[in-house]
Write a new protein. Structure first.
Length: 365
């Protein structure tokens, strides 16, 4: 059996440190925010080359806070991609703004920057690219368009901890970004978690206020805020795990190299890393015409796989009110039909990679 990911192996490797950190929080009674969260925020900001990080209770909350800090609200339009986890789009909808989709690039599955200009209207306020699977979107031309057209850029970095675009870290390429610490993410809490990172003190202050009921002083609510605070236990756990993230990221990149060498590239298309970028392989997705058959054959051999994502957001029932139809984003729709995520986790061995590759070759799809 080869699992899709192995959280147990990771916990075992750091159990003593994690258990001590959790007990420390229990003993301190700082169950919400507190010193452990503040310490993690400082360390995560450094990791992202950002000025500040603001812990939140999920990645979705972090994206929502980031959008609100940028002043996005009803009547505004935010340009994003349909090929992402639904939370990207939900966060925009929560602000009252309207998501406007552009298609993705066929090679890298991130926003096709050449399509942005045509999607801009007088209502457009922001662009929210997604660093999908751990690969940075094509940020330089995107930022250039944003600068020229007076738009804000918010990075959805939920899958891109430690990823780099020409030496700049995801989370500080634009002025503000949202990360997720969902347990399966490259940096995962043992529960829900997320963070905003920003290079601007005013955005940071607004996020801190909004995540805590819009409170500027105790029981003085300047804004209609939210309960989006991070738990003390999650902050302590993330502080421990952050110290291992670089090593885990390098291990993921090694696993990707092993896959590239071992997989039969006549059967499947392997992921392409954008030149000049550090891909952190949150997801290792291959492409094939008969994805469902490949998934079936691998499953029968005990190899777990995933599909990220089978239905693009513009075709999800929940977002039918946006008025999109099948055929509107042909690249996203084709990629959604063809991608299959193979097992990918830092502890994966070369032998396990060989086993997956052999099963892919035998499937002959
Ligand atoms: C995981 C994820 C989110 C949401 O994060 P949660 O912590 O689950 O709320 C948002 N965007 C993308 C691209 C994600 O992968």
């Amino acid at each position: 059996m080869i699992p899709y990911l192995d959280l147990k192996a990771q916990y075992r490797s750091i159990k003593a440190e994690i258990d001590a950190a959790v007990l420390r929080v229990l003993d301190s009674t700082q169950y919400i925010l507190g010193e452990e969260v503040a310490a993690f925020e400082r360390e995560f900001a450094v990791h992202c080359h950002a000025k500040e990080a603001i812990g939140a209770n999920s990645g979705t909350s972090a994206l929502h806070l980031a959008l609100l800090a940028c002043g996005i609200g009803p009547g505004d339009e935010v340009i994003t991609v349909p090929f992402t986890f639904v939370a990207t789009v939900s966060a925009i909808v929560y602000t009252g703004a309207t998501p406007v989709f552009v298609d993705i690039e066929p090679d890298y599955y991130t926003m096709d920057v050449s399509r942005i200009e045509a999607a801009i209207t007088p209502r457009t306020k922001a662009i929210m690219p997604v660093h999908l699977y751990g690969q940075p979107a094509d940020m330089d031309p995107l930022l250039e368009i944003a600068r020229r057209r007076g738009l804000t850029v918010i990075e959805d970095a939920a899958q891109a901890h430690g990823a780099e675009y020409h030496g700049r870290r995801c989370g500080s390429i634009a002025e503000i970004a949202g990360f997720s610490f969902y347990p399966g993410k490259n940096l995962g809490a043992y529960g829900e978690g997320g963070a905003v990172t920003t290079t601007r003190a005013d955005y940071a202050a607004m996020c801190r206020t909004l995540r805590n009921w819009g409170e500027e002083k105790r029981y003085e609510h300047r804004y209609k805020g939210f309960n989006y605070r991070m738990d003390g236990i999650q902050g302590a756990i993330l502080g421990v795990k952050l110290r291992h993230l670089e090593q885990w990221t390098e291990q993921r990149r090694q696993v990707a190299e092993w896959y590239a060498a071992a997989l039969d590239q006549d059967s499947v298309r392997i992921p392409k890393a954008r030149p000049g970028c550090r891909h952190v392989y949150h997801v290792y997705a291959v492409r094939t015409d008969d994805r469902d058959k490949l998934r079936d054959v691998l499953g029968k051999q005990g190899i777990q796989t995933g599909i990220h994502y089978p239905i693009p957001v513009h075709l999800q029932a929940a977002h039918a009110d946006l008025g999109y139809h099948a055929g509107d984003f042909p690249v996203a729709e084709q990629v959604a039909r063809e991608v299959l995520s193979l097992p990918m986790f830092p502890e994966m061995t070369r032998e396990q990679v060989r086993e997956v590759a052999a099963a892919v070759s035998e499937a002959r799809v």
